[in-house]
Every structure is written in structure tokens, then in C-alpha cells.
Design a protein around this ligand. Structure first.
Ligand SMILES: Nc1ncnc2c1ncn2[C@@H]1O[C@H](COP(=O)(O)OP(=O)(O)OP(=O)(O)O)[C@@H](O)[C@H]1O
Ligand SMILES: [Mg+2]
Length: 443
């Protein structure tokens, strides 16, 4: 702790000269950068900022810092890949994950504690912002003050977004939906999630819902057509939750044969069925403490839905072939390309299970419904591809073609069309209409 000197002694106190140390701060969140920058500058660090992984790399090349603080949410960044490449290129630099979720082996700055202190301070500010956010006014959605969300960052300088009202269909059961915001009311509206590209009101609503519900253990149902970002939303929910240090375990209910799905979900004992040579833990158990992502839940066979319902209701399960009951704590996120409320009416999905899964609903829109985001998405994917080769750009003729397409495969299709176009353009950094080929889109 620093001792405080009386003013009279200040002039005779020895002058301590502290050489500034340099930190590179890479995050796409300007308010987070600003808070951390302020604290670190106060601690005598010289801070440089980068908004993207590419910028961080260029800044490190121009002058090697002592430490890099990196936010895993950088739009153009695969954290594991970045860590590996960065460390082999800059072996002396201490790399610190801003959210503490990645394991960062390698050199340690002798001043690492100061960075941890600054990160802690900025997270405290995040929590304060969270606590200042309004309640939803619904008992099921009250703020859980015991568990403040670590990485949630609220912005106060963003204009009010429009909220898409849910259909009457989903309102027929006890589904928690956020009310539309009266246009004139000032709201501490959240920023869009880094990595989830789209400034259209429907996409901003997706980001807003993710940030609001992520810190709770409320089950979430994500509905949207193929390739519209449902998995991205599930990852965002987990990452922004207090469970982010525990696993996010996904299971695609459509991809696993019905006979195996039960054992895959609940686990099994040795000899539980032919071929079960060893006992095995199921995915639900593997997600203990974390998040279970039930992808394509609409395809789950009815018999298994009943078994899942029992688990959702009491948090207890039995491995196939076992009498022992296990208590497991998971947060459930489910996704489907169907309108699950309709499936309940058609009798292919249990309504009691639906109401327990769809406590909070997030809808990812079709790309055709937010075409104003097309240029942004195009830029995002071209930048992403530009990590391994020079960044390409689409010329106006190519952009016009992209704007005319109806995108049945949504954002995934766009990503594939651009990847194909980039290959067809060869060494040319400009993609023209000639390279845009929709015919082979893999949806
Ligand atoms: N808004 C978005 N911003 C950036 N990338 C996106 C967005 N939406 C989707 N993507 C990208 O498109 C691809 C498909 O997204 P994702 O797998 O999340 O879709 P999905 O809705 O789960 O599709 P499916 O129903 O076929 O499983 C991924 O590479 C994802 O990163
Ligand atoms: Mg998916």
C-alpha cells in the first residue's frame, strides 16, 4: 500500500521515476477500452488500442508491447489461433485474455497484477451498469443481484431500437417476451454483440435480448431459419453468462439416430445395451455447471421429450441402465428452425416441454429481412478471410448482384458465396459480378 506523505514533506521526498510500460488493448468495445485505458494510464502504462485482431497484430509489429490484453469477442478473431500465432511471433509478450476464459501460457509481465487490477476495476464498473439497468417487471425475469454478470457491458449512448413484437402464437402460453419499448422513453440500450453482425433493428433486438437474459439461468429458445446465426446466439448467451468458465455442451438432436440420442444425452452404464462396452457420461452431465445447447430440438422424438421434460423439471437424471439419480445444474438453451409453438399444435412437440424451454424467446431473422446489413456482413466476411490473404473487396456490380439475391441459406449462404468468389478472383483483390456464383450455395 502507498503511504501518504504530509504536504510539508513532499518537496523533500525522493523523486521516483517510473518508466512507462506499454500495453496493447484489443477490444471491439470502445467503452471497455476507455475504462481500461484510464485505469492503466493511471498506473503509469502507455496504452495503445486496437479494435480488431488485424489492428492488434499491426500495432504489435510496429512496436512490441510488454503485454497484450485481448477480448475474445474481437470480430475477426479465433482466440486459440490468435494466441498460438501471436505467441510464436512475439515470444516475449505477456498475452492476457480480458475475460480470463482462455488459458494463456507463456511469459508473464512483472506488472501483471496491475493489469488484473485494471480488469477487475472495469468489471466492477460493468456490474454497476448492470445494477443500474431497469427490471423487466416480470417475476421470472427479475435481476439476480447475487450473480452479477462479469462481461456484460451496457452502453448509454446508443439510440433507441425498435422491438419486434412476438406473434400472437407464442403468446398463447407462459412465454416471457419483452414488451415493446415506447418510442420516446430513454433506455440504456445495449450495443450489438461483437461478432454478431447487423445494425438492423431486428438484429439489435437479438443483441439486446442476449445481453438481458445471458446472466440468468433462464432457459432460452432460439428460433430462426437455417444459417441465420442461432448457434452464434447460443455461444453469445453462454459467453456472457456467469457460467462462461464452465463448458458449453452442444448436441444436435437431428444429427444423432433416435436409438443413440437418449444414451448420448443421459449417458449409460456398461452393458446397458448391445455394444455398450464401457459406461459413459452423457452430454447433460458433461455440461454440469455450464450450458447445454439442444440444437434442432424440434426434431427430438416424442418419447425422449418426456424424459427430457423430467430432467428440465427437477434437474435430475438417470444414466441409461442405471437406477442411481444424479443432480445436474445446467442452463438449457434450445434452438430450432421450426416454429415450435406450431409443432405443439401439430402434436409433434410436447407443449409442456415447449413452455419450459421457451421461457425466453430469441428470433434470428432471415437475411432477406435485414438486407440493410448486407454490406456490413460482406465487409465482415471479407475481413475474416483477409486474415490469411490480402483483404478483398466487392465492386459495385458484385454488390448489386448480392443485393438482388433472396438468400434462402441466409448468412451462411452469403459466407459461402463470398468464399467462392474470393477463390474465383484469384490474386485480384476486387471481386466483380463475374465471380458471384449462387448456383452451388451449400445451405
Ligand atoms: N449475424 C451474423 N453475424 C456474423 N456471422 C453470422 C451471423 N449470422 C450467422 N453468421 C455466420 O453464419 C454461419 C451460420 O450461422 P449459425 O451456424 O449460427 O446458423 P444456424 O442458425 O445455427 O444455422 P442451422 O439452422 O443451419 O444450424 C456461421 O459461420 C456464423 O458465424
Ligand atoms: Mg445451427
Amino acid at each position: 500500500m502507498l503511504a501518504t506523505l504530509p504536504v510539508s514533506q513532499l518537496s523533500s521526498a525522493p523523486l521516483i521515476r517510473i518508466r512507462p510500460r506499454t500495453a496493447l488493448l484489443a477490444s471491439s468495445d470502445p467503452s471497455f477500452r476507455q475504462r481500461l485505458n484510464t485505469t492503466l494510464t493511471g498506473l503509469c502504462w502507455e496504452v495503445r488500442e486496437a479494435e480488431t485482431g488485424a489492428q492488434a497484430w499491426a500495432a504489435a509489429e510496429s512496436s512490441v508491447p510488454e503485454a497484450v490484453i485481448i477480448d475474445a469477442w474481437l470480430p475477426d478473431l479465433d482466440m486459440a489461433e490468435f494466441m498460438h500465432d501471436f505467441r510464436s511471433t512475439f515470444p516475449t509478450v505477456d498475452v492476457i485474455d480480458a475475460e480470463g476464459t482462455a488459458t494463456c501460457k507463456g511469459p508473464r509481465s512483472p506488472h501483471r497484477q496491475e493489469i488484473y487490477y485494471a480488469l477487475r476495476t472495469s468489471q466492477d464498473t460493468d456490474t454497476a451498469a448492470w445494477n443500474a439497468a431497469p427490471d423487466l417487471g416480470d417475476g421470472a425475469a427479475q435481476k439476480d443481484t447475487k450473480k452479477p454478470p462479469a462481461p456484460v457491458r451496457l452502453a448509454t449512448n446508443v439510440s433507441i431500437i425498435e422491438v419486434v413484437e412476438p406473434s400472437a402464437e407464442t403468446l398463447s402460453g407462459p412465454v416471457l417476451v419483452l414488451p415493446a419499448i415506447p418510442a420516446k422513453r430513454e433506455q440504456p440500450v445495449v450495443e450489438r454483440l461483437p461478432g454478431l453482425i447487423g445494425n438492423a433493428s431486428s438484429m439489435m433486438d437479438v443483441s439486446r435480448r442476449i445481453r438481458l437474459v445471458a446472466p440468468r439461468s433462464t432457459p432460452v429458445l432460439i428460433e430462426g431459419p437455417t444459417g441465420s446465426g442461432k448457434e452464434l446466439v447460443a455461444e453469445g448467451l453462454h459467453r456472457l453468462s456467469t457460467r462462461s468458465r464452465k463448458p458449453l455442451i452442444a448436441i444436435n438432436c437431428a444429427a444423432i439416430p433416435e436409438a443413440l440420442l437418449e444414451a448420448e444425452l443421459f449417458g449409460h452404464t456398461r452393458g446397458a445395451f448391445t455394444g455398450a462396452v464401457h459406461g459413459r457420461m452423457g452430454r447433460i452431465e458433461a455440461a454440469d455447471g455450464g450450458t447445454l445447447f439442444l440444437d434442432e430440438i424440434g426434431e427430438m422424438p416424442l418419447a425422449l421429450q418426456s424424459k427430457l421434460l423430467r430432467f428440465v423439471e427437477c434437474g435430475e437424471l438417470q444414466r441409461v441402465g442405471d437406477n442411481e439419480t444424479l443432480k445436474v445444474d445446467v442452463r438449457i438453451i434450445a434452438a430450432t428452425h421450426r416454429q415450435l409453438a406450431r409443432s405443439t399444435q401439430e402434436g409433434t412437440f410436447r407443449s409442456d416441454l415447449y413452455y419450459r424451454l421457451a421461457v425466453f424467446l430469441i428470433r434470428t431473422p432471415s437475411l432477406i429481412d435485414h438486407m440493410e446489413d448486407l454490406p456490413l456482413l460482406v465487409g465482415h466476411f471479407l475481413e475474416k478471410m483477409g486474415r490469411t490473404e490480402p483483404v478483398k473487396r466487392v465492386d459495385p456490380s458484385a454488390m448489386a448482384m448480392l443485393k438482388q439475391h433472396d438468400w434462402p441459406g441466409n448468412v451462411r449462404e452469403l459466407e459461402h458465396v463470398l468464399e467462392r468468389a474470393a477463390i474465383l478472383a484469384g490474386d485480384d483483390t476486387t471481386i466483380t459480378a463475374g465471380e458471384i456464383d449462387f448456383g452451388m450455395s451449400v445451405n
